[in-house]
Each structure stands twice: as structure tokens, then as C-alpha cells.
Ligand binder design. Structure first.
Ligand code: GUN
Length: 286
């Protein structure tokens, strides 16, 4: 079998056409959607991510404000900046790019962002709402993965999904989203005794650990769907995910590529959350 690709670039472009129309509609109602992106320090990967987020906003007409600060910005100054943005009615989404320098408490900063502007979906109020099934901002990466499954018409009801990774940003919310769609979910992590055993049971595997070749073809049931959240560089410096793409594509029914898979979908869901936030502010103020 040769797996079909789930093309994150193509799906993103399709969704962003609709987002451009939504943006124009909001503008015609007097609200220009606005996203503030804060970058502290000069982490090379973060600079690329942030640039791509700003570019995507431009593409659909969302106003973005990029604030870059030096590595030695104090935690108090960052919190003061977040507080200002919380009270700025022209800003509907606030994103503080992670990781932050070690002297800044990232949890404290995340919790300082108003839950109503937390378009990353990282605030405990949004994490708790996701867990209980209440409406909230969903974290962009797992939400993008769900959209990719939806795009192939995949019905998760009764299926076995294995999530490799238990981060607050991807693994845990991913498991909750799959559960909400009635999948049976297993979360595997660094202390899992027999990863291969669990993966071989899976109809859907989401790999999100940030490690090369964490999943290989011998760990995948024929016909399974494989979603690769990883973003790594191999020995030759080539961008690649967490899974052995060439091997697994011979076994799986669908697979997401890296690059051009989950990455663009993460940004697309950030745009979606920002538009939802702007829409909500319109409802509150009318
Ligand atoms: N760092 C890596 N991924 C993300 C993300 O989705 N949001 C933020 N704020 N920082 C990140």
C-alpha cells in the first residue's frame, strides 16, 4: 500500500479563502481582527514561526502587531505588556511565543493573558473548558490535526487512537479532542513500557514528541492513519518529523508530510481562533 498524503498546505489555503471573507465581513461591521505576537529573545526557530504567523495574518487581512523584545526583558515588563494588550480593544488575540528565556516563568505569563484573548488555548481556563467539553479556544496544533482527519472524512467513533507525547500544548489536548469524537484513546510517553505494542493496536497514531523516527513501519498496523506533529532536523540538516515517513507510507492509508503537513494547519487554526475572538468581541459590544 502507498499511503495518501494529507496535504496541510492545500487544506490551509482552502480554509484561508473562507477566512479572508470572514475578515472582510468583520471589517464591514466595524471590527478589524487584531493579533498581537510577542517574541522575546532570538531563538532561531521561534523567529521563523513568528514570521510565518505574521505572514498568514497578512494573507487573510487580519491586523498583526509583532513585538520583539531582547533576551534580557524582565518578567515584570513582559507581564505589564500583556496587561496593556489585555485592555486594548483593537487586539483580539495575544500570543507569547514559547519557549521564553529561563528567567521568565512561562506559566505565569500564560495565565496573565486574558482567557478571552488566549488564541493559543494554553490558559488553564481554556484547558479546563476543553476537558469538560465547554466552548473555548482549542490549542492550534491538535485542532489542526483534527481538521486534517475531518478533511479525509475520517469517523473516529469506536476507533483506537494512540497519541505519542503528553505535552500540555499538543499531547494532552489532542487526546481530549479525539475522545470528544468518541475514539478510544491511549496516551504513550517516555515511560511507556512497550510503545510498539500500543501503536500496533492503533487505527490513528499522532506522533508529537520532537524526536526523529519515534515511529517506524514495523509499529504501524496496515491501513492506519498517521499524523506527524514533529519538526526536527536530520543529520543532513533536512527538515523532518517524528516518523519514518518513507517506511510508514508503505503501510499506512494516510500520512501527513513534514514540511507541509501539521505546521501550516497550526497557523491556520491560529487565524481561526483570532477570527472567533474578534467575532465574540463584536457580539459582546453590540
Ligand atoms: N512554541 C511552539 N509552538 C507554539 C505555539 O503553538 N504557540 C506558542 N505561543 N509558542 C509555541
Amino acid at each position: 500500500m502507498s499511503a495518501q498524503l494529507i496535504d496541510g498546505n492545500a487544506l490551509s489555503q482552502q480554509m484561508r479563502v473562507d477566512f479572508s471573507a470572514r475578515t472582510q465581513s468583520l471589517i464591514s461591521q466595524g471590527t478589524t481582527p487584531g493579533l498581537a505576537v510577542i517574541l522575546v529573545g532570538d531563538n532561531a526557530a521561534s523567529q521563523v514561526y513568528v514570521r510565518n504567523k505574521v505572514k498568514a495574518c497578512e494573507q487573510v487581512g487580519i491586523r498583526s502587531v509583532l513585538e520583539k523584545y531582547p533576551e534580557n526583558l524582565s518578567e515584570a515588563d513582559l507581564l505589564a505588556r500583556v496587561d496593556k494588550l489585555n485592555h486594548d480593544p483593537s487586539i483580539h488575540g495575544i500570543l507569547v511565543q514559547l519557549p521564553l528565556p529561563a528567567h521568565i516563568d512561562a506559566d505565569k505569563v500564560t495565565e496573565a493573558i486574558s482567557a478571552t484573548k488566549d488564541v493559543d488555548g494554553f490558559h488553564v481556563a481554556n484547558a479546563g473548558a476543553l476537558m469538560t467539553g465547554l466552548p473555548c479556544f482549542w490549542p492550534c496544533t491538535p485542532h489542526g490535526c483534527m481538521k486534517m482527519l475531518e478533511s479525509i472524512g475520517y469517523d473516529l467513533k469506536g476507533k483506537h487512537a494512540v497519541v505519542i507525547g503528553r505535552s500540555n500544548i499538543v499531547g494532552k489536548p489532542m487526546a481530549l479532542m479525539l475522545l470528544q469524537k468518541n475514539a478510544t484513546v491511549t496516551i504513550c510517553h517516555s515511560a511507556t513500557a512497550d510503545l510498539k505494542h500500543h501503536c500496533l493496536q492503533a487505527d490513528v497514531i499522532v506522533a508529537a514528541v520532537g524526536k526523529l523516527n519515534v515511529l517506524t513501519a514495523d509499529m504501524v498496523k496496515p491501513g492506519a492513519v498517521v499524523i506527524d506533529v514533529g519538526m526536527n532536523r536530520d543529520a543532513a540538516g533536512k527538515l523532518c518529523g517524528d516518523v519514518d515517513f518513507e517506511g510508514i507510507r508503505q503501510v499506512a492509508s494516510y500520512i501527513t508530510p513534514v514540511p507541509g503537513g501539521v505546521g501550516p494547519m497550526t497557523i491556520t487554526m491560529l487565524l481561526s481562533n483570532t477570527l472567533d475572538s474578534a467575532q465574540q468581541s463584536l457580539s459582546v459590544n453590540t
